[in-house]
Design a protein around this ligand. Structure first.
Ligand SMILES: NC(=O)c1ccc[n+]([C@@H]2O[C@H](COP(=O)([O-])OP(=O)(O)OC[C@H]3O[C@@H](n4cnc5c(N)ncnc54)[C@H](OP(=O)(O)O)[C@@H]3O)[C@@H](O)[C@H]2O)c1
Length: 269
């Protein structure tokens, strides 16, 4: 793409680094990006990647930016974000902080400011993330397209018009990787109980989840149809699914888990 967008990335920990790597791979012009992060390790990573780095906002030389991306922990957002309030009003602000509402961001930055709230997930680290975006009414179509390009560098992007559903998104794709890791753990334990070595058990469980996920992504059939297509009447899979799909089984547990995460998200917000 070779795109020369001026970007200020505030916070370069796990998510910030994932974004930087995605932008580098998508050939955004790295010399137009400045990272603000007090952590020397983040600084070293930026130096190695050829990205400008400053430890604090007051060291920033260029004041103009097309986009400012906040990738700091939610608990420091209230301290960090207001420091960026005095930027030109054509700057787009993007926050990936879990739980920080658009209204809160506008309170800190000013009502006239264009703000997008983004909810990415951990597979962003390998550019296989799922990010849901929600914009306030100040964001132009051009800025929406720009924001989508920035997040598409780490995976897929979807827009949500009702911010109220962001807690549901967080409970599904935000927390979802942890549910899948638990499934891999459980399948590994069951494989060990069935007599396999731990190393083989872990490999079977992990590659099966990754392969099935990839198949579900690429096939036109939905997950239900795929499941039915591998379930022969009277076969082994059917016996296992009878257990998983019984009352109180996997589906009921997932429903309850997502509800619990959603409730927590609402509480935190
Ligand atoms: N990781 C994920 O997969 C994921 C998924 C969805 C959403 N998010 C969101 O992404 C945000 C960042 O998460 P993370 O996992 O990347 O956290 P992280 O690894 O802790 O990174 C945050 C970085 O921000 C730095 N920082 C602290 N104060 C700062 C300041 N005043 N100015 C600039 N930088 C500052 C931290 O430095 P110090 O270490 O020195 O404090 C750290 O390097 C969170 O709000 C989280 O909700 C993350």
């Amino acid at each position: 793409m070779g795109e020369s967008l001026s970007i200020i990335l505030v916070g370069c920990g796990n998510m910030g680094r994932a974004l930087l790597q995605g932008w580098a791979a998508d050939q955004f012009q790295l010399d137009a990006i400045t990272v603000v992060d007090p952590d020397a390790q983040a600084g070293r990573a930026c130096d190695a990647a050829g990205v400008k780095w400053v430890a604090a906002l007051d060291e920033l030389v260029a004041s103009r930016a097309d986009v400012v991306v906040f990738a700091v922990k939610p608990q420091v957002m209230a301290k960090v974000v207001p420091q960026y309030a005095k930027r030109p009003t054509d700057t787009l602000f993007v926050s990936v902080a879990a739980g920080t509402r658009l209204a809160t961001l506008s309170n800190w930055l000013g009502d006239e400011v264009a703000v997008v709230r983004a909810m990415p997930n951990t597979p962003a680290a390998i550019r296989q993330g799922m990010t849901v975006l929600c914009a306030n009414e100040r964001v132009t179509d051009e800025q929406r397209a720009l924001c989508a390009r920035l997040l598409e560098a780490v995976g897929e992007v979807a827009w949500l018009e009702q911010e109220g559903l962001m807690d549901a998104v967080t409970a599904v794709s935000g927390s979802g990787p942890a549910y899948v890791f638990l499934f891999i753990e459980a399948l590994t334990k069951a494989a060990v109980s069935a007599g396999l070595s731990h190393a083989l058990a872990q490999r079977l469980a992990t590659v099966t989840v990754a392969g099935a996920g990839q198949l579900a992504l690429t096939e036109e059939l939905d997950a239900k149809a795929l499941r039915e297509s591998v379930t022969s009447p009277g076969g082994t899979t059917e016996q296992a699914l009878k257990v998983l799909m019984a009352d109180g089984g996997l589906e009921d547990l997932i429903q309850a888990a997502v509800k619990a995460a959603e409730r927590r998200g609402r509480g935190l917000g």
